[in-house]
Design a protein around this ligand. Structure first.
Ligand code: GDP
Ligand code: IMO
Ligand code: MG
Length: 422
């Protein structure tokens, strides 16, 4: 396939950064298409760990173009801190002139709104919801305006009147125009050379027959439309959202690789039917280092839930799966996998749209034999212990999706291709 999307099939943190970095080795451009620095994508290369938030995970591959597309919300200050950490490295980035800018008032509103809620969402406090709200409300500031000093000045003074009114509702002090303008003008000057029409760039690359990798943030269950609303983020991470978030025709997207953790994790609030609160959860959390890359919060941990993966397949489209963190499951006697839910005496194999119903489902489990061996050095499917092979085959049988990649450790070289689809 020439164009492929890397998409999370659960509640984020599936290892999308690692898989994107791996596939980027054979790609010409990598395009981040939604979300902002709420994302935390970890890459380990030759033992060195990199945590990316807004920068696409192709960045460690020299000679390829990394694009921050129009569907993203970008915090200029945070992006520049990230870029500064890459100093001395050879990289190429382009930022869409249509992407929206996260400003200080978005961060304040995110925090104030959360503090005011009885049922909190558990956001990352990065201003994501308020920035996408402004986009939908048609009061947002776009990158193209931000890097045009005159436009930035006039838009900011207009926007601040409204934002100070909103902040006052939460008892917050008004923000001064000069403070923000003086600080952010410096960021705009630094980012200006990268800002362009990225839709043209991506379309040109595709028409030359070159390879394009689209990198999603978050996961399908955090999708504004198809996730566990309202415990979701404010954009759509699904492959179906790629055309609108990048400015590419839907028929130019060839396929999607669904990155699936071998178990389930979730950060923030909201139901999670297979959640565990026992010794197995602690074992998995410690072995898999299940602490947030962005916020450091301990991730909730549970058994693999295949209803989620089937939902990701139907709601956004998946042509293959990349199963990650398989190594973490070694040394567990019995592995439980959720294949359906029981709700009010009925067995269902879909996710109810009402979050209250979803919170009441009981998982229906199938028990599979675990494996004892350390698999972190495995280089092929055949080298896996039989029980680990059967675990992968079970995922394929239940979901009807082929597992095309599996991963047995955080390093780029601990990634094994079963079926070369990109
Ligand atoms: P992302 O947000 O989907 O990119 O995932 P994160 O980077 O937030 O979280 C995934 C974590 O798992 C990171 O710490 C990765 O380094 C790590 N990781 C990825 N794949 C594997 C794997 O196969 N085995 C192990 N042990 N760790 C992995
Ligand atoms: P990556 O790309 C895991 C969660 C937050 C919260 C909800 C809304 O690393 O997989 P937001 O700040 O977006 O308004 O928070 O979404 N969340 C993530 N959880 N991985 C992420 O990104 C996430 N990005 C947002 O914890 O529950
Ligand atoms: Mg993450």
């Amino acid at each position: 396939m020439q164009t492929v999307v890397v998409v999370g099939t659960q509640w984020g943190d599936e290892g999308k950064g690692k898989i994107t970095d791996f596939l980027a080795q054979r790609s010409d451009i990598v395009v981040r298409y939604q979300g902002g620095n709420n994302a935390g994508h970890t890459i380990v290369l030759d033992g060195k760990k990199y945590a990316l938030h807004s920068i696409p995970s192709g960045i460690l591959n020299p000679n390829i173009q990394n694009i921050l597309a129009n569907g993203m919300v970008i915090n200029p200050k945070a992006l520049l801190i990230e870029l500064d950490k890459l100093e001395g490295m050879d990289y190429k980035i382009a930022i869409s002139d249509r992407a929206h800018v996260i400003m200080p008032y978005h961060l304040m509103l995110d925090e104030a709104k959360e503090a005011s809620l009885t049922h909190k969402i558990g956001t990352t406090h990065k201003g994501i919801g308020p920035a996408y709200t402004d986009k939908a409300e048609r009061t947002g500031l776009r990158m193209g305006e931000f890097v045009n000093e005159e436009l930035f000045k006039s838009r900011l003074s207009e926007i601040l009147v409204q934002k100070n009114q909103q902040l006052a509702i939460y008892g917050k002090k008004p923000l001064a125009f000069d403070d923000i303008f003086v600080e952010y003008k410096v960021y705009a000057d630094r980012l200006r050379p990268f800002v362009t029409n990225t839709s043209i760039l991506i379309n040109e690359t595709i028409s030359k027959g070159k390879k394009v990798l689209f990198e999603g943030a978050q996961g399908t269950l955090l999708c504004l439309d198809h996730g566990t609303y309202p415990f979701v983020t404010s954009s759509s991470p699904t492959a179906a959202s790629v055309p609108i978030n990048t400015g590419v025709a839907p028929w130019l997207i060839n396929g999607a690789i669904g990155v699936t953790k071998a178990y389930t994790t979730r950060v923030g609030e909201g139901p999670m039917p297979t959640e565990l609160n026992d010794d197995i959860a602690s074992y998995i959390r410690e072995k898999g280092h299940e602490y947030g890359t962005t916020t450091g919060r301990a991730r909730r941990v549970g058994w693999l839930d295949l209803v989620l993966i089937k939902h990701a397949k139907t709601s956004g489209g998946l042509s293959g799966l990349a199963v990650t963190l398989l190594d973490v499951l070694s040394n567990i006697d019995t592995l439980k996998v959720c294949v359906a839910y029981e709700l009010d005496g009925k067995v269902i194999d879909y996710i109810p749209s009402l979050v209250n119903d979803f919170g009441r489902v009981n998982p229906v489990y199938v028990e599979l034999k675990g494996f004892k061996e350390d698999i972190t050095g495995v280089k092929s499917f055949k080298e896996l212990p039989l029980a680990a092979q059967q675990y992968i085959k079970f995922i394929e049988d239940q979901t009807g999706i082929k597992v095309v990649i599996f991963s047995v450790g955080p390093d780029r070289n601990q990634t094994i291709i079963i079926d070369d689809i990109f």
